[in-house]
Write a protein that binds this ligand. Sequence first.
Ligand code: NDP
Length: 247
Amino acid sequence: MDRPLEGKKALVTGGGRGIGAAIALRLARDGADVAITYVHAADRARKVVDEIEAGGRRTIALRADAADPDAVVAGVDGTAEEFGGLDILVNNAGIAPFGPLEDVTAEEVDRALNIHVRAVFVASQAAARHLGAGGRIVSIGSSLAERVPYGGWTLYSTSKAALLGLTRGLARDLGPRGITANLVQPGSIDTEMNPADSPEAEQEKEFIALGRYGRAEEVAVMVAHLAGPGGDYVTGAAIPVDGGVTA
Ligand code: NDP
């Protein structure tokens, strides 16, 4: 099937760079119209939009801070309004709080949970009002929800672990309507958040069965699979794309 997502309408949060940009471009290549949200990097989001437009798909970039639930819902509703519906929501936007446990502040806890959990909850809730049978929700979690091989990531792993419960709950709540909800859990992926050439990366590579970082496109292909016909009978699943770091 050349364009398995032909006619589908998608939203990718944080689609302006990194894994989100790879997902947005992949969904568009597979035939979907794709909206992206960004918060800081308007110029980067513009480039993704230009590339999608050049491929002949409809697209739009919306500024929506994941820390602000009203903005998140407006991003979902704005996409559905622009495209005349919504078929696929990809909850990708994220941050990487890291550091000694004793230094983590209550404000940092709130911020991580708001961006990684509350935003995914309210976006999925808003999307559920637009999605019909065949609708898809795919969220980007982390291998650190399953296995934490090194210190400093307690807040991050806590926030990403919440997506397991959220995804399974969504699968139950929305399954009767023919809507699936799944979680993709990447391991170490080479992006600005986690560059493969940093000193810390050498430590991370020791834990990866395949011995190398993944590429954003290697996450995107799994998201596209779940968003397309390959995901028809998959829901409530947490799927690793982690080079075996959790093996
Ligand atoms: P990047 O730092 O490269 O990109 C982060 C993306 O999230 C950007 O598009 C950014 O938008 C967006 N974003 C950040 N904060 C907000 C916010 N408050 N509101 C809206 N959007 C926001 O990271 P990655 O591409 O590596 O990460 C993408 C997802 O994958 C995250 O959820 C991350 O936790 C997860 N992940 C990444 C791994 C890795 O090794 N890279 C491993 C496991 C999971 P803007 O450009 O406007 O700043």
